[in-house]
Design a protein around this ligand. Sequence first.
Ligand code: COA
Length: 377
Amino acid sequence: MSEKPAYSPGLEGVIAGESAISYIDTALNRLIIRGYDLVELTQQASYEELAYLLLYGDLPTTAELDGFNATLGQERTVPEAVMSILRQAPASVHPMSLLRTAVSALEFHDPDATEHSTPANIRKTIRLLAKIPTLITAGHRLAQGQEPIAPRNDLSQAGNLLYMLHGKEPAAYETAAMNVSLILYAEHGYNASAFAARVTASTLSNLHAAITTGIGTLAGPLHGGANEAAMEMLLEVGGKDQAEAWVLDALAKKKKIMGFGHREYKNGDSRVPSMKAVGRDIAEATGDSAWVETADIIEATMDREKGIFPNVDFPCAYTYYMMGIPIPLYTPIFVSSRVAGWAAHIIEQLENNRLIRPNHIYTGSEEKPLKPLAERG
Ligand code: COA
C-alpha cells in the first residue's frame, strides 16, 4: 500500500467551507454574528432579534420584529398527533431523544413540508422555534405525571418557556437570564451539529431532516450535552470545600472536567463572561452564592493545573440549576435556541450547494478470497 496521506483527526483545523453567518475571533476572544458582536447582542437585543438576524441576514426594524413575534406567538401550539407521541413515550426517555423524535414528526403536519425554497425554510424554522419550547415543557410535565401548560402568545421565547415549565409567569430577571443564555447558544460557526446539519442539507434532504440531525449531534456530552454533564459533575463535587481536591483527583484519573475546554478557543470562550455575569445576577437574586463559589474554585484549579478554561456550558449549568430548571432540560433548551443557527447554516448551504462528501484512509484488511457461506462453518 502507498504511504498514508496526512489527515487531521476530528477534522481539527480543516476548513470545510465558507460561511457569512458567524466568525470566532480567537485572537480577541469574540464571536461576531453577521457583523455584530455577540456581547453587544446580549446587552441590547432579544433572542428574537438574533433569530431574525440569523434567518433574514440583518436585524429587524420595530415593525418587522412585531410581525416576527406575532407569528412566533401564533405558532406555539403543537398538533395533537405530535403531543400524543409525547404522551406515549416512556417517562424514562431522555428529553433530547423525545425532542429529536417530536421535531422529526412535526414535518408530517407542516404546511410547507414539500416546499424547499428559502422563504419556505424560514417559515418552517419559525414554526419550529415556536413549537420546540412547547415540546420541551410538555414532555417534561407529562413525564412527571402532570398535564402540559398551554403556551402564551403574549410572552417572549424566554418568558413563555419558563411560564410553561413552572406554570407561573417568570420574574423579569429570570426572563432576562434565559434571554441571554438563548442568545449565547444560538450560533457558533462550523461546530459539530451545524456541520452535521449542513451535511444532511447538502444531500438535498429536507429542513426537518437536517434539524433532526443537528439535535442528534448536539445531544452528546462533548457538545451540547456538556451543560447537563457539567451540572451532574457540580452535584458530585459536593461544595466549595471539596472542589479543589475533587478536580485534582479527577485530573489524576485522566477524567475530563465537563464544561471545560473548546476546540476553537484555547484562551477562554468568548461567551463565558456574559453567562457568568448572568449566573452572578441569579445568585444575588436567589441569595445562594454556593454554586458560583464552587465553580470559581474549579475554574481556578483547572487554570492552574491545565491552563484549560470553562466553556459556556459551565456557567450556564449552574445558572439554570439556580433557576430551578430540571437538569435533563438543559440541552433541549440549547436546541430551542440553536435551531435558528442550524437553519441559517442549512439555508446558506442550499443557496450554494455542493454535496459534502470527504475521503478517508483505508486501514482495513488486504484483499482476500471470498469463501462461500457453506465453507465458512
Ligand atoms: N478536562 C480535562 N482535560 C481536558 C479537557 C477537559 N474538559 N478538555 C481538554 N482536555 C485536555 C485533553 O485531555 C487533552 O490532553 P492531552 O493532550 O494531555 O491528551 C488536551 O486537553 C486536548 O483535548 P482534546 O480532547 O484533544 O481537545 P478537542 O479539541 O478534541 O476537544 C472538547 C474539545 C470540547 C471536546 C474537550 O475540551 C472536552 O471534551 N471538553 C469537555 C466537554 C465539554 O465541555 N464540551 C462542550 C464544548 S462547548
